[in-house]
Design a protein around this ligand. Structure first.
Ligand code: BG6
Length: 458
């Protein structure tokens, strides 16, 4: 097995501490990271010991199995970007690199810090031509179409597309991956997932948390960029794509790209945006009272809009999107509503009538897929009520793998199925641009909603 060097830019940051170290530890425990050395890079000057302690503190909820052996694999490099020392020399001094090693660079840094890190990696690439390099890049990928294109230009000047792994962690969630199996591995669903049978699709991505300690980042972006441009459009394309030629990265991404290309420009009149206010009963601050948000901020924490995929399969089927922070529940799901045909069961009592069948893919908190069908309530004449035919991951498979663990493992193995391609990301930005360009107009109708309140209606 070749040596693997994982280098994390942004090693002391939020993402590394909350997600990356845990995932690396899972992979280590499952013996997927045997010959690995991990180098944390940051601007601070941590000693190796201090850095290992930081990593250890991120693993606080784990049993201490092999933890010290795992921590031994970590070293820290404080980088001064103005210094022209090569990354190769720095890494080589620490680890004596094997010239045929694998390198995985995790860019857990904001786009503004990108250029200098990319230069360092590119130089290393030229110094080690026979090594394999992979670059994992976290969102946000740009701030708009122009900056995303610029990032892509910087990247493609130095790297091949198959070396670039743009991360959208929702794609690593088990239920999202399972969409491929559900749609193309079940001959019963494929014939009905189209505009002949489907009335509407609803994609909800609700969080009960607020902006937590990322207010500064969030305030510059808002939920349209933070959730809609990325996670929601990715979930939507996974669900609505045509069958790929084969279940391989290029073919899947070709199909997802075509969905993005088929999107009708969004109707701004249908869009609603909102911002949460305090909930005193539950002791929850308003958005503008969060640490790091300006008190007059108009950044949106809720977004709602309707989109249409104008192709033969989906033409005319509205896709209703809603996403928000500080909602009354945490929920992420795709809900497909089928057309009704109930001529035999029109009861006088409205409650007893059949309801539209639904296929629901629940991403969280429950990981499950269910179909609602209409059933007669025992003993009550022909009174009908929807019931669930369901599958839960917990019952069938037990615990699922965390998305970051899945994605890092895939990147190590060179599988790009769950990563976003250059053209996809640019097309997603292109679709979202009218919302960004017309923000002022949308803000005229900014809705203030009470945080985590069940009675909120938009
Ligand atoms: C991130 C967003 O990409 O996803 C956050 O930047 C959001 O604002 C998070 O809270 C939600 O992810 P998950 O997996 O907790 O639903």
């Amino acid at each position: 097995m070749k040596d693997l060097y994982i280098t994390i830019f942004g090693a002391t940051g939020d993402l590394a501490r909350k997600k990356i170290y845990k995932s690396l530890y899972y992979l280590y425990l499952s013996k997927d990271l045997e010959n690995v050395r991990i180098l944390g890079i940051g601007r601070n000057l941590l000693t190796n010991q201090e850095y290992r302690l930081l990593v250890k503190n991120s693993l606080i909820n784990f049993s201490s199995d092999n933890i010290e052996l795992f921590l031994d694999k970590f070293s820290f490099l404080g980088i001064d970007y103005s210094n022209k020392k090569s990354l190769y020399d720095e890494i080589n001094n620490k680890f004596a690199i094997d010239s045929k090693a694998y390198f995985l660079f995790y860019m857990a840094i904001p786009p503004s810090a990108f250029q200098s890190s990319i230069n360092l990696i590119y130089n290393l690439k030229t110094e080690l031509p026979s090594s394999q390099i992979k670059l994992l890049i976290e969102k946000p990928f740009g701030e708009d179409l122009e900056t995303a294109k610029h990032l892509n230009e910087i990247l493609t000047e130095c790297f091949l597309e198959d070396e670039i792994y743009r991360v959208d962690h929702y794609l690593g969630k088990e239920t999202i991956q399972n969409i491929i199996a559900l749609r193309f591995g079940n001959s019963i669903f494929e014939p009905i997932l189209n505009n002949h049978y489907v009335k509407s699709i609803h994609i909800d991505l609700f969080e009960s948390i607020g902006v937590e300690d990322r207010a500064e980042y969030f305030d510059q972006n808002g939920i349209i960029k933070d959730m809609f441009q990325s996670h929601i459009l990715q979930i939507m394309t996974m669900f609505m794509m045509e069958s790929p030629v084969r279940i391989e990265a290029e073919f899947i991404r070709d199909e997802k790209y075509k969905v993005l290309k088929s999107l009708r420009p969004i109707d701004l009149n249908q869009v609603k945006i909102g911002q949460y206010t305090a909930n005193l009963e539950q002791n929850i601050k308003s958005y503008v009272e969060e640490d790091g948000t300006p008190e007059d901020s108009k950044t949106e924490t809720y977004f709602e809009g309707t989109i249409f995929v104008d192709n033969l399969r989906w033409e005319g089927v509205p896709v209703y999107i809603r996403t928000g922070k500080r909602m009354s529940e945490r929920k992420a799901e795709i809900r497909v509503q089928f057309k009704e045909s109930f001529r035999y069961f029109m009861n006088y009592d409205e409650e007893c009538n059949p309801k539209a069948n639904e296929l629901v893919i629940s991403i969280q908190p429950e990981e499950e897929i269910y179909l609602s069908i209409n059933s007669k309530i025992p003993g009550k004449g022909m009174c009908i009520q929807p019931v669930k035919l369901n599958f839960t991951y917990a019952d069938s498979f037990g615990k699922t793998i965390d998305p970051y663990t899945r994605l890092i493992k895939d990147a190590i193995e060179g599988d790009q199925k769950l990563f976003v391609r250059k053209d996809e990301i640019e097309q997603a930005w292109e679709f979202v641009m009218p919302l960004i360009e017309n923000k002022q107009k949308l803000l005229e109708k900014l809705i203030y909603y009470k945080a985590c309140d069940e009675d909120v209606v938009f």
